[in-house]
Design a protein around this ligand. Structure first.
Ligand SMILES: [Zn+2]
Length: 561
């Protein structure tokens, strides 16, 4: 007797092989049988030819804070995700001394796109060390399966306090950080994660702590991870960490290096391919370098109260350091500051987050009703009609609406021919949903559905078995998760049932359901008929359906080399 049988499905096993038609039986949370006409079950689901695949492994999430108040990490499970990797870019909340909690939240509030109030009201600080954090998740239970990186910025803050965002570490401090990486790996971290990216800033424009690490520190910490014989080094790369440098680290640590974020830019169209060629050349030399990319165009909703897309610019620093809206408005009005911004956009074009593509920047929602007619227009059009430079127009307009205008910028990764080439490369790691972060800017938690619907079905960039493989079996192997990512007898029953003819991610919408009523963007699924985590149903055709008090997920703490 099975607990569950899913009958008459096209079964994609996660390996990239052609699907087979049949039934899949589940017992005790594991796949008990795959074959024709399986016997009796407590529950039978008729698939009627729908596709059945392993659940999606989302390799790049930031649910570290959210999971402490929302163990089901909404909305990912309702979008097919059964395993989430936390702690990417090294933005973890463990380890953290009680005295540093506010400091840690102030670092995160900006990069997570979550208000400080939401973090203060939401985070359950029932831990101090990283092992205690994993123990707490395990004790409280989790919705999907989760694996956690040991995070560089948290470790640096734990050792250096407020100095973590100010200076290089001493030998003694590096030694203490090394000990914390070792402790994390011993406790069951999936690897070590860091960021050198110029776009990663905390409150007031302070760089995230890991950005202050020098070469000695980075090498020591990556080697400490490698000494465990396991683990993946994950880095969101800034300009100071070149691919040849990361290849050296991969050799020293003898471990895979996952490099984010490979985005295609219209203003620097060859850069992504140069990076990809370098990564593939290193792979040819036997190094385990993996470029992490996205299958979603990078677009960002923003207001001028917190315009993330401009904040990696040197000239934007005074605006980021401004305290309060009035101080901010004063800077926005200043012609000499505007001049510096314009010069930097011109000089650094192709290397910024926003590269002056004013035709890809739109008004989404105006604050004043009389401006409604401008919604949907591009800033290029509006500025030309007004006879102003686009930067002047957008700032003047935002100022006239008390900085409450909602804009959206299509920033990167929107040339479908170029992006298709990157996705078709079998060695890129497709993820970068950033789920749990940038919550007011975008929501790509449904990236897997978008890969199967848009890129596979609509554009034919990769066939469905391969699209499934890239979301399941491939990341399982990359992260050393041995009992998931494939549909095989004896493996965990992490399952996703969907209609290949309609599968897609639904439209994004704004919700005000974070702690303290803070806003975020979220989205639902289209064509997804069921999601099971360790055999327990988490979603049906209408969306999330689990008992919110249930905790079917596992905290993954053992990985294979
Ligand atoms: Zn990230």
């Amino acid at each position: 007797m099975f607990d569950l049988v899913i009958k008459d499905a096209e079964i994609h096993d996660g390996s990239g092989a052609k699907p087979v038609h049949g039934d899949l039986g589940v017992r005790d949370g594991k796949i008990a049988a795959i074959g024709p006409n399986l016997g009796a079950a407590r529950e039978t689901v008729k698939a009627d030819g729908l596709a059945l695949a392993p659940g999606i492994i989302d390799g790049h999430t930031h649910y570290d804070a959210q999971i402490t108040w929302d163990p089901f990490v909404d909305p990912s499970p309702a979008l097919g995700v059964t395993t989430a990797i936390l702690g990417n870019c090294g933005f973890t909340i463990a380890p953290c001394k009680p005295a540093d909690r506010d400091l840690t939240m102030r670092h995160l509030t900006h990069v997570e796109g979550m208000s400080l109030d939401a973090l203060r009201a939401g985070i359950n600080w029932g831990f101090e060390s990283f092992p205690q954090y994993l123990d707490m998740l395990e004790k409280n239970g989790v919705g999907p399966n989760v694996a956690c990186f040991a995070g560089h910025s948290a470790i640096r803050t734990f050792v250096m306090g407020t100095d973590a965002t100010e200076r290089a570490a001493t030998d003694e401090e590096i030694a203490r950080m090394v000990a914390l990486v070792r402790e994390g790996m011993a406790a069951g971290a999936v690897g070590f994660a860091s960021s050198t990216a110029e776009a990663h800033n905390g409150e007031g424009g302070t760089p995230m702590p890991s950005r202050l690490a020098d070469d000695r520190e980075l090498r020591a910490l990556v080697r400490a991870m490698g000494d465990s014989g396991r683990g993946v080094y994950m880095l969101t790369k800034g300009s100071k960490t070149s691919i040849p440098y990361l290849e050296e680290l991969a050799v020293e640590a003898r471990r895979p290096v996952v490099i984010a974020a490979l985005f295609h830019s219209n203003t620097n169209p060859t850069a992504a391919f140069t990076t990809l060629d370098q990564v593939n050349a290193a792979r040819g030399r036997g190094r385990q370098l993996v470029a992490q990319t996205s299958c979603c165009p990078l677009s960002m909703d923003f207001t001028f109260k917190s315009p993330y897309l401009f904040e990696s610019m040197e000239s934007w620093k005074p605006a980021m350091a401004a305290h309060g809206d009035e101080a901010l408005k004063k800077i926005y009005r200043d012609p000499s500051w505007r001049g510096a911004v314009k010069r930097e956009i011109e000089a650094a074009r192709g290397r910024l987050v926003f590269n002056g593509e004013w035709d890809k920047l739109f008004i989404v929602e105006t604050a004043k009703p009389e401006n409604r007619k401008l919604e949907g227009a591009t800033l290029a059009q509006l500025a030309a009609a007004a006879g102003k430079e686009p930067l002047d127009f957008i700032l003047d307009f935002a100022l006239s609406e008390d900085l409450d205008t909602q804009f959206v910028a299509q920033l990167l990764h929107n040339d479908e021919k170029a992006v298709g080439k990157i996705l078709a490369d079998p060695n890129t790691h497709i993820s970068l949903s950033d789920a749990g972060a940038h919550l007011t800017f975008f929501c790509d938690a449904g990236f897997g559905l978008h890969l199967m619907g848009h890129w596979s079905r609509d554009l034919g960039v990769l066939d469905l078995p391969n699209a499934v493989h890239r979301l399941t079996g491939q990341p399982a192997k990359l992260f050393g998760i041995q009992d998931r990512g494939f549909l095989r007898e004896g493996l965990a029953a992490d399952l996703m049932l969907f209609d290949p003819k309609t599968v897609a991610r639904g439209p994004k919408r704004r919700a005000y359901d974070l702690p303290a009523g803070a806003a975020r963007l979220t989205a639902g699924a289209i064509g997804l008929h069921g999601v099971w985590i360790n055999g327990a149903r988490a979603a049906d055709e209408k969306g999330f359906c689990a008992d919110p008090a249930s905790r079917p997920g596992k905290v993954l703490r053992s990985f294979v080399a």
